[in-house]
Design a protein around this ligand. Structure first.
Ligand code: ATP
Ligand code: MG
Ligand code: FE
Length: 343
């Protein structure tokens, strides 16, 4: 079965072809990032995002077909991100996917964006096996989930305010770094000295699996305001202090979640999963606890079409149980706000 996956929930247009033959493989994937377009505004401008998705979908589809040597009629199903995300951006991918599915007379598969992130490590050469605990840390979400199988997700804990990626982005802005700030802040932190700037570890000892990151951002703001001037080393030290704090909390809670679940595998997904310090700390501490940690390939940490194609394919394969895929009717909806446990 050949599944086309389309991602357009925010500022990346992603397209991918996934084949379920021979254990499953990704045949081709293509991505257009709008980062440069939104940079001048310091964040994503929804209307510009929607218009750009419209420009990109057809060329990207042509590219994945050409790269895989496949043709349109060979596509067996069209998966697309139905939500959560920006309504206008989602509508472009959904309309395109539903139109294509109708024209090809194939089923369409609406996919939850976070399910895509959660399952993305299954695209790796050494994938985890169900069940596992997932730490999902992206621009809009920070959650710990127990993943028992496709569509079987139990929320163990989540952020009470800002998401981890959001905290990275907002703190980066405070330090005068561009958008998106996460990767830039991480790079700056590599030059910072440990323990020079000490910041709180929010909810580290709360006894549950929830997070809170907005106070950390405020603590950084206070540090910045205390300084009459700020040189490059001080900025790097603050970035280091921030990153060390957030990483310590994420690692501790993730390992606690694995321990309480009685499982031995941890999956890290979402854009913050690309963070090198997070990976270093997790690998070190998980190794000691004999927990195996799985990451998506770096290019599949942030938004992409491959994870949507994969999630769509896995949903179709288990549709006998859940019946998520219907024959295209021409009617469709997007879900800008959509909690994962409601799928
Ligand atoms: P969601 O998936 O919750 O809807 P999103 O799609 O915007 O949100 P992702 O694309 O998964 O989120 O991830 C983007 C986030 O990851 C941004 O906040 C970005 O700053 C952060 N990020 C990316 N790389 C790094 C890094 N190396 N270190 C820290 N944060 C990073
Ligand atoms: Mg993005
Ligand atoms: Fe995402």
């Amino acid at each position: 079965m050949l599944v086309l996956g389309i991602e357009s929930s925010c500022d990346e247009t992603g397209m991918a072809l996934y084949s379920t033959s021979a254990g499953g493989s990704l045949l081709a994937h293509a991505l257009h990032s709008q980062v440069a377009m939104h940079q001048d505004y310091g964040g994503v401008v929804p209307e510009l995002a929607s218009r750009d998705h419209i420009r990109r979908v057809v060329p990207l589809l042509r590219k994945v077909l050409a790269d895989s040597g496949r043709s349109l009629p060979e596509i067996d199903a069209v998966a697309y991100t139905q939500g959560p995300g920006l309504a206008g951006a989602l509508l472009v991918g959904a309309a395109f996917a539903e139109a294509l599915a109708t024209a090809l007379e194939r089923p369409s598969v609406p996919v939850h964006h976070l399910e895509g992130h959660l399952l993305s490590p299954l695209l790796s050469r050494t994938p985890p096996r169900f069940p596992f605990v997932a730490l999902l840390v992206s621009g809009g979400h920070s959650q710990l989930m127990r993943v028992t199988g496709v569509g079987e997700y139990e929320l163990l804990g989540e952020t009470l305010d800002d998401a981890a990626g959001e905290a990275f982005d907002k703190t980066a802005k405070l330090l005068g770094l561009g958008y998106p700030g996460g990767p830039a802040l991480a790079e700056l932190a590599e030059r910072g000295r440990p323990e020079v700037v000490k910041l709180p570890r929010p909810m580290l000892k709360s006894g549950d699996l929830d997070f809170s990151f907005s106070g950390l951002k405020t603590a950084v703001l206070t540090k910045v305001r205390e300084l009459p001037t700020i040189d490059e080393q001080q900025r790097a030290d603050i970035a280091r202090g921030f990153q060390d704090a957030i990483v310590e909390v994420l690692v501790s809670k993730a390992l606690r979640a694995v321990a309480t679940s009685g499982l031995k595998q941890l999956v890290v997904a979402g854009g913050v999963g690309a963070n090198r310090e997070l990976r270093r700390q997790l690998d070190a501490r998980a190794g000691k606890a004999r927990i195996a940690v799985f990451y998506p390939e770096l290019e599949f940490c942030t938004d992409n079409g491959a994870m949507i194609a994969l999630a769509g394919a896995l949903r179709l394969q288990t549709a006998g149980d859940r019946g998520t895929a219907g024959k295209a009717t021409g009617a469709f909806q997007v879900r800008p706000r959509w909690p994962l446990h409601c799928i």
